[in-house]
Design a protein around this ligand. Structure first.
Ligand code: FAD
Length: 313
């Protein structure tokens, strides 16, 4: 009998999960490590007091490829995804929150949460991962962290780090705000790429949400860069002001306001290919940053890695 191949995946976002799903379905047992408390990475949702909930990462997804359309259809068939009418366009969202799209993929996967890998080294053809005082060793390693974090794990001198040094991810300050009541009906979404708040989502217009007056607003990349080192409270105050101006909301009715800083939110300059690997195909680097600033790009990267790895095993 052939020895099982130990496969490690860093990151339980769409890239890591879609890769793991294919490997698992092919009979392997990948171990997925994520520093977060939940799964999904930037497919994120935040709960707050009194049942408030915000999708503070990816807002909606679109599916251009047949494979990703199939995934969305399968998620819709188990009520983990639904269609969102944003007024000017429609897209798909997780139900009851964006990270439901990730949760629906995990079922029988071996996912280890709140495990932060601090470095990765190759020794005699195996990959050693430093996790606090511990070391985990794998035969194959797939890293799906955003490009700058992947470089930090490998070290900037690693040959693959040099190949991804030109990739750029842009920051995004995100506001999560709720109001006791609002006058009149507000649009489902509001897009204005040149304004300080480039995007506003009216959370209750998404399928499967509560009827609360909750909004997620994303600052533009330029605004986020200019205000990157503000503390959360100051960023929240500035963005809340902008939100109230934009939607003509009464600031005295605010019942919740919080901000989240994504240092690596959206791909500005992608790698231009679905993944990178070393010559021996024991190390793979992937993520949305390989192709595009979209969840579908993460899926394509994870899928391409799994297919290549399977063809090599
Ligand atoms: C504010 C915002 C809005 C967006 N809007 C949209 C949108 O509307 N539509 C769309 O399609 N896309 C959108 N995106 C982009 C989309 O979220 C990403 O393309 C996609 O989720 C990336 O998936 P990923 O698996 O490649 O990376 P991630 O989701 O970032 O997953 C990487 C995972 O690696 C883990 N990790 C990193 N380093 C370590 C370490 N050292 N040890 C252990 N774990 C580690 C992280 O915790 C994370 O869970 C948005 C993103 C943001 C932030």
């Amino acid at each position: 009998m052939t020895e099982p191949v130990h496969i490690g995946i860093i990151g339980a976002g769409m890239t890591g999960l879609s890769c793991a799903r294919i490997l698992k379905d092919a009979g392997h047992t990948p171990v997925i490590l994520d520093k977060g408390r939940g799964v999904g990475g930037r497919l994120a949702a935040r709960r707050a007091e009194n049942g408030l909930q915000f999708d503070h990462g990816a807002q909606y997804i679109t599916a251009k490829t047949e494979e990703f359309q199939k995934l969305i259809q399968s998620l819709m068939s188990v009520d983990a995804a639904g269609e969102w009418d944003m007024g000017e366009r429609t897209g798909f969202v997780g139900v009851p929150s964006m990270n439901a799209l990730a949760k629906a993929l995990v079922s029988d996967l071996d996912i280890r949460r709140q495990v932060q890998v601090s470095s990765v080294t190759e020794t005699e053809g195996h990959w050693s991962l430093a996790i606090g005082e511990e070391t985990l060793v794998f035969d194959r390693l797939i890293i799906t962290a955003p490009a700058p974090q992947t470089m930090a794990l490998l070290g900037t001198g690693h040959p693959l780090s040099k190949q991804i040094a030109h990739v750029r991810l842009l920051p995004c300050w995100t506001l999560m705000a709720a109001f006791g009541d609002v006058a009149g009906a507000l649009p489902a979404s509001h897009r204005d790429p040149d304004a300080p708040l480039a995007w506003i989502a009216n959370e209750k217009t998404k399928p499967g949400r509560t009827d609360r007056n909750a909004f997620v607003a994303q600052a533009s990349s330029d605004w986020s860069k200019d205000h990157l080192e503000l503390d959360k409270a100051a960023a929240s105050d500035l963005m809340l002001n902008e939100l109230c101006k934009k939607l003509d909301l009464d600031q005295s009715k605010v019942i919740h306001a919080d901000a989240h800083r994504w240092r690596y939110a959206k791909v500005g300059i992608p790698l231009g290919e679905p993944y990178l690997s070393n010559a021996s195909k024991t190390l793979f680097l992937g993520g949305d940053w390989c192709l595009d600033a979209r969840v579908e790009a993460a899926f394509q990267s994870g899928t391409a890695i799994a297919e290549t790895l399977l063809s090599e095993l």
